[in-house]
Design a protein around this ligand. Sequence first.
Ligand code: GLN
Length: 242
Amino acid sequence: MSDNQLRVVWIYPDLLSTYGDQGNVLVVQRRAQQRGLDVARLDVRSDQAIPTSGDIYLIGGGEDRPQRLAAERLRRDGGLTRAVENGAIVFSVCAGYQILGHEFINDLGQREPGLGLLDVVSVRGEGARCVGDVLGDIDPRLGLPPLTGFENHQGVTHLGPTARPLANVRFGNGNGTGDGTEGAYNDTVFGTYMHGPVLARNPLIADLLLKLALDVNALPPTDDRWYEALRNERIAAAQQPA
Ligand code: GLN
């Protein structure tokens, strides 16, 4: 962070914003502003260059063809990789998560290279599409309450040795490998299958991104009763028999 301004970059809203992903940007902005931070938000369309000086990058979900176009443009651009090399924090959802891995299966049924920023590989699931509510326990090292969200994906994501599972599911599929893992992360790059938008449903993940970007261990508290009520409602709903 320079000039006391937090720079939040939303990648490709024209291609990867099918699932209310703007909500994640709004939550990061809001949580930062509640802590008195000056936030500069930059929405970068797919015909624009990705700035390398951002602090937090957000990349959302999308349908199969826009996902391939986004992967092609991100590879050609190279800016996100340089930003990560500079220490930026990245949070990705679903199609964005798959793009950050080594490869995924594109809309043409071909292996599409990703950016390799997360040690994961996505393949096309053979079973039914993973759709529905998810409840999971986040890796205890991150010190966060249970994760809730909604998943909608055909891809199945396998983690390599340097990616840690973000959570283990109590309900739902997550990565879809059958091992109960959901999402992946390393020191600065995070991926999840959770929509919702996920940061509106789990704002303490937004706070984690802020802490990493600011390199601090704690942030001033906020009034989170609204989100705790929502989380309890979603946990109760997920436990209802279908
Ligand atoms: N197209 C990808 C899949 O189905 C991602 C979908 C999404 O972003 N929801 O796996």
